[in-house]
Ligand binder design. Structure first.
Ligand SMILES: NC(=O)c1ccc[n+]([C@@H]2O[C@H](COP(=O)([O-])OP(=O)(O)OC[C@H]3O[C@@H](n4cnc5c(N)ncnc54)[C@H](OP(=O)(O)O)[C@@H]3O)[C@@H](O)[C@H]2O)c1
Length: 319
C-alpha cells in the first residue's frame, strides 16, 4: 500500500510517497481503509523530531513509526479479536498513534467513532486531535452560557473548533488572530476579534491559550481572579519545547488564586461521536483550507510551515 514514509527526522523533504506493508489489526484494533486524513501541528513535530525531547518517545536516533499521520476517516476493512463496536463496511473516523497517512491504518476501537452520513470524509478527518483538543479544553474550563472566554490562536485547527464549540455553549468569545484571518474568525462566531499584535485589555473567566506567544504574567493580567488559564501549545525552544514554561506555570499554580492548567488532550471515541453529531446537526462546521492528494503531503506540510494553517488541511487518500 502507499503511505507517507520517513526514516529520519527533518524538513518535509524527508517524506516519501512509497510502498509499505499493509498492517493487520490485533486484539481491540480495527483496520481502516483510509479515505481522508488531516494535518495537525503534531505531524510537523513528529516529522522534524522537534522539540528534541519528543525523541525520547518517538525514537532517539530515527522515528520508530516510519509513517506519519494521526487523524483519519475511512471505512472499516477488518476487525481484530474482541472488537464489537464496528464491522467491515462501516464508515468511521478517529485518531491513530502515527501511521495514518496511508491507504490502510490500524486504530484502537476506543479511539474511533462511526461517521454520520451527513458528515463528509473530509470533514470527519478534521475532528480527531484538533476538535478533540478544543472540546477537552472547553470542558476543562467549564465553559458555558455567559463565560467570558479568550481563545488565543483562533484561526488554526484547534482554534476554529474552540470558537465554534464555545459559541454553541453560549459563551462570549474573544479570539486573537492575525489581520488576514479576522473576517474568517468573526464568521465562525467570535464576538470580538483582537489582532495578535495588539495588547489585550478585557477580563476573561477562561483563557484557552493555543499559542503561548505572550508571557504568562500578561495572560494572568487579563484573567479574572478566580479564572482559569489553560495552556495547550507546542512551540518553544528546539530542545524542550514548551516544557520550561509549563514547569514554571505548575510551580506558580499553588500560590495564585487563578487556576493554571496544562491540557494534554487524549483520544476518545465517545467525544468524537459527539463532535460528529455536532457537524451533522450543523452546530460545528470544520474550516477546511485545502484538500490535496496523499502523495502531496510533503508539499502540504511545507505550505503550512511557510504560510501558517487556516483551519484544517485535508489529504485525500482513496475512494
Ligand atoms: N494539548 C494538546 O493535546 C494539543 C493537541 C493539538 C494541538 N495542540 C497545540 O495547539 C496549538 C494550535 O494547534 P493548531 O493545530 O491549531 O495549530 P495551527 O493550525 O498550525 O495554527 C496556526 C494558526 O495560528 C495562528 N497564529 C500564529 N501566531 C499567532 C499568534 N501569535 N497569536 C494568535 N494566532 C497565531 C496562525 O495565523 P497567522 O497565519 O496569522 O500566523 C495560524 O492561522 C499548537 O501549539 C499545538 O501544539 C495541543
Amino acid at each position: 500500500m502507499k503511505a507517507i514514509v520517513y526514516d529520519r527526522y527533518g524538513p518535509p523533504e524527508v517524506l516519501r510517497y512509497a510502498d509499505v506493508e499493509r498492517p493487520s489489526p490485533k486484539a481491540g484494533e480495527v483496520l481502516v481503509r483510509v479515505r481522508t486524513a488531516s494535518l495537525n501541528f503534531g505531524d510537523r513535530a513528529a516529522m522534524r523530531g522537534e522539540p528534541h525531547a519528543i525523541r525520547l518517545v518517538m525514537g532517539l536516533r530515527r522515528p520508530r513509526a516510519n509513517v506519519l499521520g494521526r487523524a483519519v476517516a475511512g471505512t472499516v476493512e477488518a476487525v481484530g479479536p474482541g472488537v464489537t463496536g464496528f464491522k467491515p463496511g462501516e464508515d468511521v473516523f478517529g485518531e491513530v498513534n502515527q501511521r495514518g497517512f496511508a491507504e490502510y491504518t490500524v486504530a484502537k476501537e476506543k479511539h474511533l467513532a462511526a461517521k454520520p452520513v451527513e458528515v463528509s470524509f473530509a470533514q470527519a478527518a478534521t475532528l480527531p486531535v484538533a476538535a478533540n483538543t478544543a472540546l477537552q479544553g472547553i470542558r476543562l474550563g467549564g465553559v458555558g452560557a455567559g463565560t467570558r472566554l479568550l481563545v488565543n490562536g483562533a484561526s488554526g485547527g484547534v482554534g476554529t473548533f474552540a470558537v465554534q464549540i464555545a459559541k454553541a455553549l453560549g459563551a462570549h468569545v474573544t479570539a486573537t488572530c492575525g489581520a488576514r484571518n479576522a473576517e474568517l474568525v468573526r464568521s465562525i462566531g467570535a464576538d470580538a476579534v483582537v489582532d495578535y499584535t495588539t495588547r489585550l485589555s478585557d477580563l476573561f473567566d477562561v483563557v484557552f491559550d493555543l499559542r503561548g506567544d505572550k508571557p504568562l504574567a500578561a495572560m494572568r493580567q487579563v484573567l479574572a481572579p478566580k479564572g482559569m488559564y489553560i495552556s495547550s501549545f507546542g512551540g518553544g525552544g528546539n530542545l524542550l519545547g514548551p516544557m520550561p514554561r509549563l514547569i514554571g506555570m505548575m510551580v506558580k499554580a499553588p500560590f495564585v488564586s487563578q487556576r493554571l492548567r496544562p491540557l494534554v488532550a487524549t483520544p476518545k471515541g465517545d467525544e468524537l461521536a459527539e463532535l460528529g453529531a455536532m457537524v451533522a446537526a450543523g452546530t460545528l462546521s470544520p474550516v477546511i483550507e485545502e484538500e490535496r492528494p496523499l502523495s502531496e503531503a510533503a508539499a502540504a506540510i511545507r505550505h503550512i510551515e511557510q504560510h501558517h494553517a487556516i483551519g484544517k488541511f485535508v489529504l485525500s487518500v482513496g475512494k
